[in-house]
Design a protein around this ligand. Structure first.
Ligand SMILES: C[S@@+](CC[C@H](N)C(=O)[O-])C[C@H]1O[C@@H](n2cnc3c(N)ncnc32)[C@H](O)[C@@H]1O
Length: 261
């Protein structure tokens, strides 16, 4: 069995063989971490950071999910990583749903599939085209997923819709992960989750992740696994998020002009 960090190296090496990517937020965006990736020359989509892969690795090692559902796949970095670690820990399936709406969607989905094939994960990882929440029922094959990752369109109320869309496929012990606590739509969805009985652990990764569950024992295990996590961290100002966004757009434009994007 590989160490969870070694698996990041394996996925990055496979991604480099199937696509040309560039790095951003090398040292993390909001907190130390990163780097994140995107296809070279394209502003979007942006993957989770390597440090955030490790969070999934630790989750999988500790909770051994059999089935995972992911909303928002882009070029497959997070799903390939999760599937690869799950494969080593008895996991059975990872299903992704992406409507190919960001960037050159079809080409990007092609990279996700090439990455799946390159890593030999086709038996465990199925990438589906479709929109959340409407197409969740069509592609979900399990009655319950132990691990759910919501990383689709970051807008309000879309993230809350994604949450409601996956809830019929969660049980009390399921862990729902949100990414990008600083973007409008995510804090609202986390608030909605709390109203629905979830306890939410904020983990200080590059873009910040929130791990949510309705089961007290699972929550207590999450706290033990992620000692750096905080339950009631409060909200970041959206002004801060917009400034970060603006900085990123300007830097991408500048690098494009200089041929370095
Ligand atoms: C931030 S990216 C996902 C990154 C991916 N999780 C990773 O780390 O490698 C967001 C993705 O969500 C997809 N998306 C946007 N709205 C969606 C929706 N309503 N349903 C499914 N996918 C959606 C976009 O096409 C894009 O590929």
């Amino acid at each position: 069995m590989r160490d969870v960090s070694e698996t990041v190296g394996r996925v990055v090496a496979a991604l480099d063989r199937v696509a040309d990517t560039s790095l951003l937020w090398d040292r993390g965006l909001l907190n130390p971490g990163g780097p994140h990736r995107r296809l070279r020359g394209h502003m979007y989509p942006i993957s989770i950071g390597e440090d955030e892969c490790i969070v999934f690795g630790r989750l999988v090692e500790r909770f051994r999910p059999r089935h995972c559902f992911i909303v928002g796949n882009a070029f497959g970095f997070s799903s390939a990583y999760i599937a690869d670690v799950m494969h080593q820990h008895g996991g059975q399936s990872v299903t992704t749903l992406d409507n190919q709406s960001e960037g050159e969607g079809e080409r990007i989905a092609g990279v996700a599939q090439a990455l799946t094939d390159e890593l030999g994960l086709a038996e465990i990882l199925e990438n589906c085209k479709g929109s959340s929440p409407d197409d969740i029922a069509r592609v979900a094959k399990q009655t319950s997923y132990e691990l759910v990752f919501i990383d689709g369109l970051h807008r309000h109320p879309q993230v809350t819709r994604d949450l409601h869309g996956v809830l019929p496929y969660c049980d009390a012990k399921s862990i729902v992960v949100f990414h990008d606590s600083w973007i409008v739509g995510v804090p609202e969805a986390v608030e909605e989750a709390k109203k629905l009985g979830f306890r939410c652990l904020w983990v200080p990764t590059s873009c910040e992740m929130i791990l949510a569950t309705r089961d007290e024992q699972v929550f207590s295990d999450l706290r033990a696994t992620f000692a750096e996590g905080v339950e009631d961290r409060g909200r970041r100002s959206y002004v801060y998020g917009y400034l970060l966004y603006l900085r990123e757009v300007l830097s991408f434009r500048m690098n494009s002009l200089l041929g370095r994007a």
